[in-house]
Design a protein around this ligand. Structure first.
Ligand code: NDP
Ligand SMILES: O=C(O)C(=O)[C@@H](O)[C@H](O)C(=O)CO
Length: 311
């Protein structure tokens, strides 16, 4: 940790990266912002960058790309970092999928984020009948330099194989629900075989994995929180991870995971917690295939705890 001249210490370990299959380096640990309101996104993203975070994960669906963009600008200003030091992920949501509409969606993304390129663009959910066309458009955006890397999210093995059968560019990432209770063994094995990096969404199980007694015991042994143990477990498993918090002290805590190591037995104990238990709504996969229907446009009502700046 080094001082940054402001109120935060910079955690330089947050700059460590995984090497993606197209040669791009992606930070191993970043900040997720689903359910962070547009207003709070600015503050949390700016604070995260000031703490050393390089990777920010947003999506059109989250309704906060504008706030994320403002947070990025403020974070860069306050740290003196350059745009190229950051890694920004966003996603093409269901209603924008298809060839032309995916191509058209990039202008809105860049405008909302106020960026000239995206580091990683993901197919947010595989809309059956459209995801190949969506991918073809994303390949075009990649070759045009609008995005540095393209990937997928929520693709099971069957859909990944189908995509690979039609793709010219192999996805760099599959971003999946992955946490101690949901370890996606078949997806992970396929990704490892195909050279696709797995990235964990809801790494803390949306909070549900934080009260697990096995993880608590391991946390106590290391003097760490259960969130830190889970994030450390992701890193030791080679999984890129993007825990979300709207609390500054938790954003900082979640990154303070580079000064301890889980033993092989502890990693194994967490591996053994797998219940292959997806979030309830994940089981309702068809919901996500309704071409954007069900898109929650009432993001202002999302439960979003206030950002705490009283450090
Ligand atoms: N591709 C996809 O389809 C999806 C992608 N995602 C991405 O993954 C990110 C992370 O997943 P998400 O579902 O948000 O859930 P997480 O698993 O990251 O858990 C977030 C919850 O845990 C709480 N929390 C975070 N840190 C701590 C801590 N140190 N101690 C106690 N509680 C803590 C947060 O509360 P609080 O904010 O109040 O601190 C929040 O309630 C998303 O933000 C999004 O970027 C998520 C879902 C689907
Ligand atoms: O957070 C995401 O990236 C999601 O895909 C979720 O928001 C999901 O689509 C949802 O809205 C579940 O209710």
């Amino acid at each position: 940790m080094v001082p940054n001249g402001g109120k935060y210490m910079i955690n330089e370990n947050l700059a460590t990266t995984e090497h993606l299959n197209n040669g791009v380096e992606m930070p191993k640990l970043g900040l997720g912002v689903w359910k962070t309101s547009n207003a709070n996104a600015k503050e949390s993203v700016s604070a995260a960058i000031q703490q050393g975070y390089r990777l920010i994960d947003t999506a059109k669906q989250y309704g906060n790309e504008t706030g994320v963009g403002e947070g990025i600008r403020e974070g860069l200003e306050k740290t003196g970092l350059n745009r190229k030091d950051l890694f920004v992920t966003t996603k093409v949501f269901n209603g924008d999928q298809g060839y032309q509409s995916t191509l058209d969606s990039i202008d809105g993304i860049l405008e909302r984020l106020q960026l000239t390129y995206i580091d990683l663009l993901l197919v947010h959910w595989p809309v059956d009948g459209k995801y190949i066309d969506t991918w073809k458009a994303m390949e075009k955006l990649y070759h045009a330099g609008k995005v540095r890397a393209i990937g997928i999210s929520n693709f099971d093995v069957e859909r990944m194989q189908d995509l690979l059968d039609h793709a010219d560019v192999t996805p760099v990432i599959n971003q999946m629900e992955f946490n101690p209770l949901q370890q996606q063994k078949d997806v992970l094995a396929f990704c490892q075989h195909a050279g696709i990096q797995l990235e964990a969404w809801s790494p803390l199980g949306g909070g549900d994995a934080l009260n697990n007694p096995t993880i608590q015991e391991i946390a106590d042994a290391h003097g760490k929180s259960t969130a830190q143990v889970i994030i450390r477990w992701d890193l030791q498993r080679g999984i890129i991870t993007i825990p979300k918090s709207a609390h500054i002290e938790r954003i900082e805590q979640n990154a303070d995971v580079f000064d301890f190591e889980l033993t092989d037995a502890e990693v194994e104990a967490i591996n053994n917690l797998d219940e292959a238990k997806p979030s309830l709504w994940y089981e309702d996969f068809a919901w996500h295939n309704e071409d954007g229907h069900g898109f929650k446009d009432n993001v202002d009502t999302w439960d979003d705890s206030p950002v705490n700046f009283d450090k």
